[in-house]
Design a protein around this ligand. Structure first.
Ligand SMILES: [Zn+2]
Length: 350
């Protein structure tokens, strides 16, 4: 790894987070990407659900990491962690162990430790975790392109229509599909996608998950709109995006089906919400079964605004009021299309 770049707002946010909790350790995740052997940290997410938190330890809950990973676009991911020390800034053997574990999955993994006054950066170098120098400057989040695919499966009459059957059949099809054509504004078929063309980006992926030739008139039909948000770098090509796209569609399918209810032949699908926050596009599904994920995201947002946005007091108070009202409205609301509307309204206000 030749260079680590940290966005200056991330460095400030981490300090502010630690400043708000002077007597206990705080923890959070770093969001970013690597490109041409360089790591870029573009955003940070404070941990809200702790397994344990006191003066000498902060251990996050695994569920929160999962929620974050599912909600952010492909191409951006959790690239590191940060935590605070109440006293001296150093990397303990526990901290080293954590970095080694993460680095076995993601070699660029970064660890930031702060006590507000002082901030240090650590990475795994040749088997040992060492303090490194980073460049702190402003970094733009790469644009994400949104791919949409219509998927349809036919199930022979008599097949039990349940989540398990639908997901395994859908997965089979998604794994074998070939992207033949992508409609991208001027019908771009192949070659490179440059970032200057990504403004107002939305693509419709045309591929065959339709099995009309095999379908029988009395088949049960299950359709889904699949979404894949992918962050593109300068020289992203379609061939480089295809495997990411495929995985993103499969993940999206599972994420949607998790919140889909099939009962007595009736299907209630979740409503999809997109939310631009901190320059990162977050997506959530809301259904009768689960409005927990959107509520926990709003809790994160509230927490973040409360401790991170201290620059403009008036704006901060207004934002907090708006978020809290939204949370109250959602808790009372049972209609999930209305919940999606409430959150979309919030997204416009922030
Ligand atoms: Zn530590």
């Amino acid at each position: 790894m030749s260079k680590v770049n940290v966005c200056n707002s991330v460095a400030d946010d981490i300090k502010r987070h630690a400043y708000a909790f002077p007597t206990i350790e705080i923890y959070g995740w770093l969001l970013g990407y690597d490109y041409k052997d360089q790591l870029f940290v573009v955003s940070s997410v404070p941990c809200k659900q702790y397994k344990m938190q006191n003066q000498i330890i902060a251990e996050p809950s695994q569920e929160e990491v999962m929620e974050i990973s599912k909600a952010i676009p492909r191409g951006i991911g959790i690239v590191g962690i940060y935590h605070s020390h109440v006293g001296k800034v150093f990397h303990s053997s526990t901290d080293n162990h954590t970095v080694k574990q993460f680095a076995s999955v993601y070699p660029y993994f970064l660890s930031i430790v702060t006590n507000v006054k002082e901030t240090k950066y650590y990475q795994l170098k040749d088997e040992s975790v060492e303090e490194i120098k980073v460049k702190v400057s402003s970094i733009k989040v790469p644009q994400s392109i949104r791919f949409i695919a219509k998927a349809k499966i036919n199930l022979p009459q008599g097949t039990e229509l349940d989540i398990q059957t639908v997901s395994s059949r859908m997965r089979e099809i998604l794994e074998s599909f070939e992207v033949k054509q992508i409609e991208y504004k001027q019908n771009l078929l192949s070659g490179s996608i440059s970032t200057d063309k990504l403004e107002g980006n939305e693509c419709f992926v045309r591929f065959s998950v339709f099995e009309d030739n095999l379908a029988k008139a009395d088949d049960l039909v299950f359709t889904m709109d699949l979404h894949a948000n992918i962050c593109a770098q300068e020289k992203t090509t379609l061939s480089s995006i295809k495997p990411l796209m495929k995985q993103a569609f499969i993940d999206d399918m599972y994420y949607q089906l998790k919140n889909t209810i099939i009962a007595e032949g009736k299907i209630s699908k979740p409503v999809r919400i997109e939310f631009l926050y901190d320059n990162v596009n977050w997506k959530f599904y809301v259904s009768k079964k689960d409005k927990e994920s959107i509520l926990s995201f709003l809790q994160l947002l509230e927490f973040r605004v409360e401790y991170f946005s201290s620059k403009n007091e008036k704006k901060r108070e207004l934002m907090l009021k708006t978020i809290r009202n939204t949370k109250n409205n959602i808790e009372k609301e049972e209609n999930f299309a209305k919940i999606a509307q409430i959150v979309e309204d919030l997204a416009k206000k922030i």
